[in-house]
Design a protein around this ligand. Sequence first.
Ligand code: PLP
Length: 322
Amino acid sequence: MTFMLDPIRRARLRVAEKITDLVGDTPIVRLPAFERCTPGVELWAKCEFLNPGGSVKDRAAYQMIRDAIRTGLLKPGQSIIDSTSGNTGVAYSLIGGALGFPVTLVMPGNVSWARRKITEAYGTKLIFSDPMEGSDGAIRLCRKIVDENPGAYFYPDQYSNLSNPLAHYNGTGREIWEQTEGRVTHFVTGIGTSGTVMGVGRRLKEYRHDIEVWAVEPSDALHGLEGLKHMESSLVPAIYHPAELDGVISMDTDEAWDVSERLAKEEGLLVGHSSGASLAGGLRLAKKLVAADKPGVVVTLFPDRAERYFEAPVQPKPAETT
Ligand SMILES: Cc1ncc(COP(=O)(O)O)c(C=O)c1O
């Protein structure tokens, strides 16, 4: 028996012609356990870990590659290359695979085992930079490879590429506005390239200029919040314009990790530490509203899942097994 689905049900069931059609339009979820300490202030999280590549970076990668094909910067026969601490690499690998472009990634030698395995499984070539030089070392090595091989690569350079924030202006920001039916009062998220906060911020402030947009930044250079950047000690992304934001929240690793643990145990959300950092920032804003006896709808964003950071089990040495 065949039948026609009505368009609303078809959209809800997300019947897609190809995997790239499933990038974006992620759900938003309320956080009732955390709301118990913010009476009168709603807390919501955009579930970016539900993108097909498992992170928010699917959006930026897809927009950058689509725009490059459209403008002729990426041609058949070329490879995509970029420096990435992981999630963008997974996103390039997925989209490169779906659209038929080989992918090369330059990443610090100490990225998690899980992310190496995931990107390699897509057929991506990995080149490792000095782990002591962090993500900036990967950026420098990537630029060197591109310079030494003219015409071989398309280098999206997510730190300078305007398509990165545009993905969030066109998608994430609009979706948050629609999903909260225009009630959002605050948006807060961590900064890596800053594409998410800049793009969402621009869109939301266009809808209503008094919506507050805050970035969360690790409090020191040697932090444990993978995916986020401590700007003072980093190469500052060209797309980052802090003057457009209402402020930047400095976040300790411990506080963010505590919130991540609570998210798993109290809300059933097993998300990465940058999600904990974003919500910890949201909680600070919400508590300020509560203290001032003001209502609010605070939206934060969960970039990826915790499993992405799980390490391979260490095999016990024979002597230890007896
Ligand atoms: C885990 C994680 N959280 C947050 C971010 C920050 O996103 P954006 O680069 O849009 O600032 C990233 C970016 O790579 C990430 O991987």
